[in-house]
Write a protein that binds this ligand. Structure first.
Ligand code: CP
Length: 340
């Protein structure tokens, strides 16, 4: 069976640790100008049915560092605009002999569907309100670099939880490793079935971020506000914005995170977004290394036996310097990287 990266929820802790270990190792190697594995015989399709800056560019950068080839695809410029179905599109890419897919799509569950049709590795680059696994990995790596451990951290996820795949992937990942999760925001921006997610809900910002070690600000998805979910954006900002004043309620060394894109002056002000507690640029940079790890992780497992007609299945080149795939804990890898 090919390995996919579709979400965090059903990923084993060992797999997450392995991905974070490989990420930290790749970061160290790139920063020191050392070799990384060469996957030059692999072609990955970049399917972005929805807009993206960070995820798309960092997957491109990750593929570049691993010497992979990329085949770009955007729905608007494809035969989908002529009525081709999602299934036929994915099958076409399979018969075009692509080795794997990175996919973003507005529909929750679309990455799993693509994996079913494609039959090779699929990496979810964000599917609807469901999951954004590589964002959660980038955020976890950033937290580990700053805090050394995830266990016991008070993590407040503030804002539009209802529409956020980032909130879900982060909540699954951080809670698996022992963080306490708080969701903070207005009732209308909380999912109807909050009991399905790990953690506690707060409707009051002060109560929700008091004593927090990490605040993950979420983008207020303004395009949804037409649905009457908020009375006004300025009222939302006055109640839930992370800024110089409200940050005083969190711990002094609290990290300010945001997956981007940011609505400055809405969910976060310039002082919080650009201040010394902000790790937003680190999240962006770490996005490259976790996506390198994710590509490496899905492409260096044994391919499934091929039925006709096959996608191109060439064994990747395994560098003698390939990262150890077992035992090494992410924390140790991050700590090792810090010492250098
Ligand atoms: N965080 C994130 O997914 O950003 P993009 O939409 O720019 O990829």
């Amino acid at each position: 069976m090919p390995r996919n990266l579709l979400g965090i929820r059903h990923l084993a802790n060992d797999d997450i640790e392995e991905l974070l270990s490989i990420s930290a190792d790749f970061k160290l190697r790139i920063n020191e100008g050392r070799e990384v594995p060469n996957l030059s015989n692999q072609v990955v399709g970049m399917l972005f049915f929805e807009n993206s800056t960070r995820t798309r560019v960092s997957f491109e950068q990750a593929a570049y560092y691993l010497k992979m080839k990329t085949a770009n695809f955007s729905a608007g410029g494809s035969s989908m605009a002529k009525g081709e179905t999602f299934r036929d599109t994915v099958l076409t890419l399979r018969y075009e002999r692509l080795n794997g897919l990175v996919m973003r799509h507005r529909a929750s569950g679309s990455a799993a569907l693509a994996a079913k049709y494609f039959g090779g590795p699929v990496l979810n680059a964000g599917d609807g309100q469901h999951e954004h696994p590589t964002q959660a990995l980038a955020d976890a790596l950033t937290i580990l670099e700053r805090k050394g451990d995830i266990k016991g951290l008070q993590v407040a996820i503030v804002g539009d939880v209802e529409h956020s795949r980032v909130a879900r992937s982060n909540a699954w990942l951080l809670s698996k490793f022992g963080a306490d999760i708080r969701y903070v925001g207005p009732r209308t921006l909380m999912p109807p079935h909050m009991q399905m997610l790990p953690g506690e809900v707060f409707y009051d910002l002060r109560a929700g971020i008091e004593g927090a070690d990490v605040i993950i600000c979420l983008r207020l998805q303004k395009e949804r506000m037409a649905d009457g979910m908020l009375s006004s954006i300025s009222e939302y900002a006055s109640m839930y914005q992370i800024n110089r004043e409200t940050l005083r309620w969190a711990n002094r060394d609290c990290l300010v995170m945001h997956p981007g894109p940011i609505n400055r002056g809405v969910e976060v002000d310039d002082v919080a977004a650009d201040g010394e507690r902000s790790v937003i640029t680190n999240q962006i940079e770490n996005g490259i290394f976790v996506r390198m790890a994710a590509l490496y992780w899905v492409f260096t497992t044994e391919p499934k036996p091929v039925e006709s007609p096959p996608p191109a299945k060439t064994r990747p080149t395994r560098s003698a310097k390939a990262p150890a795939r077992t035992a090494s804990k992410a924390k140790k890898a991050v700590a090792g990287g810090k010492k250098k």
